[in-house]
Design a protein around this ligand. Sequence first.
Ligand code: ZN
Length: 275
Amino acid sequence: MSQGGDRAKRSRATRAALVGGTLLAALVLSGCATGPVSAAAGGHRHTPHRSSPTSRPPRPTPTPSIPATPAVVGFDKAAQSTVDPASTWVVVNKPRALDPITYVPADLTYPDVRYVNHQPMRQETAAALVAMFQAGKAEAGLDFSVQSAYRSFESQTGVYDDDVARNGQAYADTDTARPGHSEHQTGLAVDISAVPAQCSLDACFGETPQGRWLAANAWRFGFILRYPADKVAVTGFTFEPWHFRYIGTPLAAQLHATGVTTLEEFFAIPGGPSY
Ligand code: ZN
């Protein structure tokens, strides 16, 4: 669904202010808080560009195809563990279970947001999610809810076994992760829905204003759209435009800047549809 109608109704000044706010938020959240723009960010959020020599914003709103921050040369891919389930860089997929397989995060919390299913998430995930939801509201007038978040090994076992009982294992393995292989067990994954609900847990969520905004902006808050439409063979999971995985802003910004869209490709870790 196009947002062109809404855009046409906005005044140029309003649009410029929104773009300016987006840029500042992006720069601050992506780790550039020590850069020259941060001084302006600490002052009047929506007006810094008006005092510059040119009254127009220097760059458009960040999108996946227009990196707002350059890739870090020599980015240390070994800075954090991709095996430790408590690491925000942990990679779990079909051939790669969590270790230990019954891992439970130690810092689960419920952020003050809207929920469809009242499920917790890790504290770092929660803080980033709150910031992302607030930015989506402030910049685009959008509302979001948590469809689902943390699922324990036991609850994932229930979901998977139920799917197998109803649809058979072959089918279940295409749409439900086996216990120990779900990102939801890490407390770092959140399924996000639109408010009011529209296309929840459906591929068409990607075409909603919320889905589009998240796809373009989640990286600024340390999240990635974990299962892109064109990477099913890499991730082993079908397109899930509602499933966002927290990885922290340095890594998310690096992925965004380099154009790499999966953890498997970035870290050269096997994935795919087979357990
Ligand atoms: Zn999910």
